[in-house]
Structures are given as C-alpha cells and as structure tokens.
Write a protein that binds this ligand. Sequence first.
Ligand SMILES: [Zn+2]
Length: 176
Amino acid sequence: MKQPDAILTIDGHDIRVYRQRRRSFVMKTTPLGLVLFIPTRASLKSDVMRDFLREAVQKLGDKTAPKDAPVITPPDGLKAMVGDWAARMGVAPTRISVREMLRKWGSCSSKGSISLNTALCQVPRPLAEYVVVHELVHLTVFNHGKDFKALMDRHLPDWREREKGLEAWMAGGTID
Ligand SMILES: [Zn+2]
C-alpha cells in the first residue's frame, strides 16, 4: 500500500499523514488507525498543527474504524475476488484469509499467503479490487519498484486512480 508522507506519534497514537491538494486539515479514524490529511505545504511543526493534533487525538483516539458503513462485499466475496484475479493473473496464493488488521489493507507473506483487512468488506468494490491486485502482484514482485508498477499497469491500468480513491474514501471524500 502507498506509504504515508509521515507518521506522527501523539500521546501514544500513531498517525499516518498524507499530504493532499486540500485547504483544511482533517483527521479520520480508518481501518488503518488514525489518518491525517493535510494541505500539500502545511507544516507539521507549527503550534496550530500541534494544538489541532492534540485535540483531534483526544476526540478520536479511542475510536476505531467506522463500523456503521454498509457491507458491500462479504468476506467470501473478497476471497472469490482473490480467486478470480489470481486465475486471470496466472498466480496462485497458498492461502487467503480475511481478518481484522490494524494498520494495513492487505498483506502478502513471503510464503505466498494473502491476508485482507475485514474492513475491505465496506469499501467500494473497485477500491477493494485494487488492494487484491496489489497483493497478488506481490506474489511475483515483493517490493513496490519498477517491476511492481509494470505489473500493476498490465493488470489494472487505472490502479493509480484507485489508490487515490482509497485515500479519498478514507478521508470521507467522493470517489471519481
Ligand atoms: Zn505492497
């Protein structure tokens, strides 16, 4: 998954920071924990930022992902999605599991076992699909380098938009 631009620790909470073209700061609880979206050039060290963070962490720190979101794809559906894409891509994961994960949408072990975050059940399908293809590509390429991107381009040409869509979804924005 795309790495955050920074990770801050405030009062014991890790916050993933993404810089975006936006005017305001927003902090959300997401399946990946606390995520902060800030304007591209905002300073993380200003007093205003520090006050905002303290307050937001106090308010949100103990809440987890938005559990009230409707289920779009049940766990079995996610597993089926992995199976379909694996067949299409000509790869074969050794194991597929859907489980609660704190900080990641998905992972792929060196033994070829793929795990998906149960929170993906609540994510629009094209975005869940992005995570599925991403993890399946890791069966062939274990980093996010040139070969990884080439395979993503081949299997899911609009993967960059979907990746952005996933961030936008976390920020409560619209996906287009
Ligand atoms: Zn990855």
